[in-house]
Write a protein that binds this ligand. Sequence first.
Ligand code: GDP
Length: 478
Amino acid sequence: ESITVQELAEKLKKTAAEVIKKLMQMGIMASINQEVDYDTATIIAGEFGVETELKVAVDKEAILMAEPEDNEANLIIRPPVVTIMGHVDHGKTSLLDAIRETNVTAGEAGGITQHIGAYQVEHNGKKITFVDTPGHAAFTAMRARGAEITDIAILVVAADDGVMPQTIEAINHAKAAEVPIIVAINKVDKPEANPDKVKQELTQHELVVEDWGGDVIAVPVSAKQRTGLDNLLEMILLVAEVNELKADPERMARGTVIEAELDKGRGPVATVLVQNGTLRIGDTIVAGHVLGRVRAMIDDKGRRVKKAGPSTPVEILGLSDVPEAGDTLVAVEDEKLAREVAAKRQIRKREEELKVTNKISLDDLFKYIQEGQIKELPMIVKADVQGSIEALAQALEKLSTDEVKVNIIHSGVGAINERDIMLASASNALVIGFNVRPDMSVRKVAEAEKVSISLYRVIYEVIDDVKKAMSGLLDPEF
Ligand code: GDP
């Protein structure tokens, strides 16, 4: 392991001359491009009063992750990557299925479709990539981890239902990510469909459709009757063209993991959306903390492929472990570097997991209070009716003592959902459910995030438990 004098000087924010001088004092004659080993580098850093051990490690990661320059001459137009968002039951899944089934590329008909988390269709000879995981835990995780893979967001709004809470959430997500939105007004086949009402409601969220003088494209569709789909694809390609999406297929691949699991027969399997460059069989890859060598690739039609270019989703085999959705995948030439970075990340991951287990629950609350580790007890309260929430919030906040302040950071009517868990995880909060429950998938997320959920049917019991937990009197079997 070594570093050039030049690099070392840059890291230490010194001139090369200063570094060379220090080296000379140690009896080492070095020129600016000469390499010195890390031990020497660390001593030099120490001479300057800088701790390098960590810096070197972090920088290796930076080297691995550094985005190479596109070569202008190689640039090609790449297919747009489209995500479908919208309120539950407005037809996201139906629309994804309808588009997929009605747009099997010529020559692919009869091919077995594979659900790998994303698929590609062709329209008028141009490809479009759809991310096929709406509402999945993976999708939420990806967003929570800031992975941006979407070029265009399709906002599905049911014409018989209009703009709903998750519609607004989707709008806000797309806006925050600065992703252009195309509105698909779905279920127009229904007698009670009212597209104008949808358009009107959208204006309240600063989405003014074209026929109302704005610049947002809205397409009426019926996923059920499969109408308007061509028009929707047309509009996607139009928006893509305006945005000039380009990539350099000659580069080493870089992409994002959109799904990953441990397959009984095949070992760790991940679906990767290649975003730039070309991924090839035999490539050494790093995805998050996972090292690998691409052993096989399978496309969304279940075919084995040897390479995958920009905007292509592929399932890959050959990973040493299961990466996480949202992890960036890079193909690298320097296997040693890849190995080192993956190992470093593994250690960091383990450390973080240990930290996660330290999340508070009612059981260990008292311990933390005693140790002075917490001064505030954040809580999320979900209940079946507003009245209960108000009563609970008031009573709980009254439990605040000089040592600990009870703080209801979020409350709401309805089942405990994934967003509650993510919020609880981020703020180390306890989740209390009153006459409401989390479903299986939410429980799983809570488990993974080590978030504690307590469910009650009697207000008195909630208050009693929290009070006991705060004073260390909670029954151990709780
Ligand atoms: P998601 O939760 O957004 O993925 O919604 P789904 O695709 O599961 O659809 C919810 C329900 O609406 C299902 O019962 C679908 O059959 C129905 N649905 C979806 N699209 C249409 C449509 O265009 N017309 C009608 N009439 N029903 C639809």
